[in-house]
Design a protein around this ligand. Sequence first.
Ligand SMILES: Cc1ncc(COP(=O)(O)O)c(C=O)c1O
Length: 364
Amino acid sequence: MSIQLHNLKAQYARLKDPINARIQKVLDHGQYIMGPEVAELEQRLAKFVGVKHCVGVCDGTTAMMIAMMALEVKPGDEVITTPFTFIATGEMIAILGAKPVFVDIDPDTYNLDASLIEKAITPKTRAILPVSLYGQCSDMDAINAVAAKHKLAVIEDAAQSFGATYKGRRSGALSTIATTSFFPTKPLGCYGDGGACFTDDDALAARMAQIRVHGQSKRYYHPIIGMNGRLDTLQAAVLLAKLDTLEGDLAARVRIGTRYSQKLAGAVKTPVIAPGNVSAYAQYTIEVDGREQVQAKLKEQGIPTAVHYPVPLNMQPAFASLGQGEGTFPKSDYAARRVMSLPMDAFLDEATQDRIVAAVRAAA
Ligand SMILES: Cc1ncc(COP(=O)(O)O)c(C=O)c1O
C-alpha cells in the first residue's frame, strides 16, 4: 500500500460502522442544520477540553474570526501573533481591519517566543494570538502573564493541537478563547470542514454562538453583525463517532512521534517538545539541510513529505503592505527554509515507519 502523509482511509476503515450509523441517524431525522448532534458534540468537547463552553463552527479559520469578533477586535487594533503559521491566523486579523503584529519564534518549538511579546505591545494592542504549531502548545503561562499585565485577551489558535496538553491542562483551556479546526487531517478531523471555539467566559460563549447564526437573538432579529458560521450536523455526527477513540489515537501519535525521534536522532533535527508539553503531533516535522533534494529522494521511494510552511506570513504578498521582508524575523525565516513534515497519523505501523526512517537517514 502506498504511504500517505495522513492515512484517512485506515481511520475510516476502523470506525466505519459507528461513523456510518451516526450519519444514518442524521439522514433519518433530517435536521441537517443545527441538529441535536451539534449540541451533543459541543458538550462532549467542552468536557474533554475542560472548559465551560464549546461553540461548534464551520471551520478553524472562521472560528478565529468569530473569536475576535466576540472580543470586539476592531479596525486599527493590533493583534500580536507568529509569522510562522498557516495563512489563516494572520488573514483573520487582517479581515477584521486589525493589524497583525508579528513576533519571532522560539527556534526549537517554532512557537511564539514569549520573551519578545512585551516589546511589541502598544496602546493599540488588543490581543495576543499564539499558535500551537504542529500540535505543541506555546509557553502559555508566560503569554498569559504578559497579557494579564497589559489587560489583553489571549486567543490560542489550537487548530493543530486538539488533544495536546500543557502542564496537564488541555490545549483549548489555556486562554480567553481558543479555536480549533476539524479539517480531515487534524488530530481530530471530520469529513469536510469543521471547527470550534472554547471558553470559560459565559458572555463570550453566548456572543460567539450568536455571531455564528447571523448575530440573531431570535429568528430574523439581529442585534449584532454575525455570519453563517455554523457547524454541519453531519460533520458533528462524524466527530461524535470519532471521539470514542480519540484518547487512543492521541497516545498512538505520541508513541509514533517519540519512536521517529529516537530513530532519527543524530541524522536530522527532530522535534523539541518543551517540558510540560504533550504534543498532539498534528505534524511530525524535522529540519534538514538541502530540503528540496531530501524531499525528491524520498518521493522517488514513494514517501510523501510536506513543508509547513515555506513562506512566513510577513513575506506573503498579501502582507506586503506591512513592509516586513526577509530578515525581519530571522528564526522564522530559518525554520521556513529547513522544516519538512513526514507521514504521521495514529495508524503508521512500525515497518512503514522504519522504511521512512531509513530513507530519511540515507537522504539527509
Ligand atoms: C494553525 C492553523 N490555523 C488555522 C487553520 C484553519 O483551519 P481550517 O482549515 O479549518 O479553516 C489551520 C488549518 O490548517 C491551521 O493549521
